[in-house]
Design a protein around this ligand. Structure first.
Ligand SMILES: [Zn+2]
Ligand SMILES: [Zn+2]
Length: 225
């Protein structure tokens, strides 16, 4: 079964629609961007109700802001790590520290805007932990893996094809990075490296970051080894 991957920018980052026998959405964008999701579905001739699962890679506002509205539109379940489900269920604002000079400055600038942001609440239906979860029930040949580091409750979706949707475990675009590589914002860089080693051992070939363009995993290997 061929898998089709569609990048859907929903604010400052990308969500991805992944279509195999079933359809899933990875990440729920910034607040008030559900209209863009609907437009993307129209362009793809995809009924929004075809989406069976919304996987939220982590609890930062730019990844979960339209999840509540998209859940209403699609009727899909939401999967998220238990560590960060409060971000969606209680509108908890979680922010990562900068780990590079630019990352630290970037977060100081962002701090001016964060009080203006509100995350609409919704319920997490599939609470993830550190165990792998198959996506077979949703018609997708792949799994969800716990990949902490950028945040404690970060997860990635790894397809059997080697395509990995890693949220913010990698970054590859302006204004965060100019070239693909490790995140400039992270709670724990040691964990970031461990998570990448796990993803590499499990066959990751192509990286689909939330911020920036997809790239070959070689860029990560260069950063790690
Ligand atoms: Zn993040
Ligand atoms: Zn992000």
């Amino acid at each position: 079964m061929t898998v089709r991957i569609h990048k859907v920018p929903l604010g400052p980052d990308n969500s991805y629609i992944v279509r195999g026998e079933g359809t899933i959405l990875i990440d729920g964008g910034a607040p008030k961007k559900a209209g863009r999701f609907v437009s993307a579905c129209e362009k793809l001739s995809l009924k929004p109700e075809a989406v069976g699962l919304i996987v939220l890679t982590h609890g930062h506002w730019d990844h979960i802001g339209s999840a509540a509205e998209i859940k209403e539109i699609t009727g899909a379940k939401i999967a998220m790590h238990g560590e960060e489900k409060d971000c969606l269920e209680k509108s908890r604002m979680l922010t990562p520290p900068g780990v590079t000079v630019w990352g630290k400055l970037f977060m100081r600038i962002m701090a001016l805007f964060l009080p203006l942001i509100h995350i609409p609440k919704s319920t997490v239906d599939v609470v993830l932990d550190d165990e792998e979860r198959s996506l077979a029930d949703y018609g997708i040949s792949g799994r969800i893996l716990s990949t902490p580091g950028h945040s404690k409750g970060s997860v990635s979706v790894l397809l059997n094809t080697g395509d990995a949707f890693v949220g913010d475990l990698a970054m590859s675009g302006f204004p965060l990075r100019f070239t693909p590589g490790l995140p400039i914002l992270a709670e724990n860089m040691e964990e970031v490296r461990k998570s990448w080693k796990r993803l590499l051992a499990k066959g990751t070939k192509h990286v689909y970051p939330a911020h920036g363009k997809p790239f070959s995993v070689d860029a990560i290997k260069n950063a790690l080894f």
